[in-house]
Design a protein around this ligand. Structure first.
Ligand code: ZN
Length: 411
């Protein structure tokens, strides 16, 4: 994916705004003597911005407009100390609602729908994003916020909610309660718009089956507006990204080099029209890839894959970057392999050694399974591991999250 001429001009506007505002990024550009970009290469040489930069700017150092133009702030959950504060102008708030309304439209939701919104309201961007998009679309919002399952279900039944907005874990909880209480015939849900935490195929299938609804994955992060900068369509082949508001790149998380379409790496986002706190080349730490080609739905909006994890989970063997979720996917798609696996990485005789032990299903031909795993691994991830198939129940289990990747290399 390359910047088009409109996007280039938009980036230059953002550069101008940041330089004039004298915020951290503007100062960085001044030090580097950069006041515009002309080529894709210029753009790809612009410095990144990071969550640390945003924390350092606490509380309002990101402001790129006079304060009287700010109408709202949001804050991202500060899991590691200082939170990040993002200021929004009226236009930013409106642009975000426009994007979110488009998400609903892509999911086939109309002004006849009733959207029950269960993510939290407040400093967090989730609930209010679902809300503003719903109002922009003209649908009826039922602004529940999280928790209070009894009341959620009562409203869902009495008000005949047709759409649920939720995190995947809360959607699953509600799905289970609905079937436990025998309410399935009393609910009118048709669609779920599900927030962007990484969720497995199995969980997805359970929500789908229990509720009998279509599911749409929505993407976004507080630093860049919030949820609603992209969503999957009914063909379910990745999430369309609104490239009239943001420009998205995939970079190698280690070298920072922009990767070709199709390759897995870190999502880096540039806001194209944001006023309150524009960000250029912001590193999200989310892992995905750009899906090459056009979607069957005919939309020209580019697509990224569902989020495969976080860069912190990534590791490199024989020069190839990989993530646990990729390994899980290869195993899931190999007939005769069960879900349990363990990867041991060591460095012997000057070479990386990658041993993948996988439990085989009872009655499977272990040699065949091993061969299939090796070839699928090579074609999808780009290197061939040593594969050992072991009997069901052989690999260690843990009550907590099982540690499956063991890296014995000295760094
Ligand atoms: Zn599509």
């Amino acid at each position: 994916m390359k910047l088009n001429e409109v996007q280039k001009a938009q980036v230059n506007n953002q550069i101008k705004r940041l330089r004039e505002a004298g915020s951290f990024y503007g100062e960085r550009l001044k030090e580097l003597g950069i006041d515009r970009i002309d080529t894709q290469e210029d753009f790809e040489n612009l410095p990144f911005s990071s969550k640390e930069d945003l924390r350092d700017a606490y509380p309002l150092g990101l402001l790129a407009v006079p304060e009287e133009e700010i109408v709202r702030i949001h804050s991202s959950s500060g899991t590691t100390g200082t939170p990040v504060i993002i200021p929004y102008t009226a236009k930013d708030v409106d642009d975000w609602a426009t994007m979110f309304a488009r998400c609903y439209e892509f999911a086939g939701i109309t002004n006849k729908d009733r959207i029950q919104i269960t993510p939290g309201y407040g400093l967090w961007t989730a609930g209010i994003g679902f809300q503003a998009g719903c109002e922009k679309l003209g649908a009826m919002s039922i602004p529940m916020g999280p928790g209070n399952t009894d009341k959620q279900l009562k409203m869902m039944v009495d008000l005949k909610s047709t759409v649920i907005g939720a995190t995947s874990s809360y959607a699953l909880l509600l799905a289970e309660e609905i079937s436990k209480r025998g309410l399935k015939d009393k609910i009118c849900l048709k669609k779920g718009v599900i927030g962007s935490e990484r969720w497995g195929e199995k969980m997805r299938k359970r929500i789908k089956d229990e509720l009998g609804i279509e599911l749409y994955d929505i993407y976004g992060l507080t630093e860049i507006y919030g949820p609603g900068i992209g969503i999957s369509c009914k063909y379910d082949t990745g999430m369309h990204i609104w490239d009239d508001f943001i420009y998205l790149e995939i970079v190698d998380p280690v070298t920072g080099k922009t990767l070709p379409d199709g390759e897995m790496g870190e999502i880096v986002i540039t806001t194209l029209v944001k006023e309150g706190a524009p960000l250029i080349r912001f590193r999200t730490h989310d892992l995905s890839r750009i899906i090459p080609g056009e979607c069957e739905c005919g939309s020209k909006f580019p697509r990224i894959d569902i989020i495969m994890g976080r860069t912190d989970d990534m590791f490199k063997v024989k020069g190839v970057n990989m993530f646990p979720s990729q390994i899980e996917e290869v195993i899931r798609d190999t007939e005769g392999a069960s879900s349990e696996y363990m990867a041991d990485i060591s460095h012997e005789n000057g070479k990386d050694l990658f041993v993948l032990s996988v439990e085989g299903e009872d009655g499977a031909d272990f040699e065949k399974v091993a061969n299939k795993l090796r070839t699928t691994f090579k074609s999808r991830i780009g290197m061939t591991p040593v594969v050992k198939i072991v009997s069901l129940g052989t690999l260690p289990r843990s009550e907590k999250k099982t540690q499956r990747i063991h890296d014995y290399r000295v760094s």
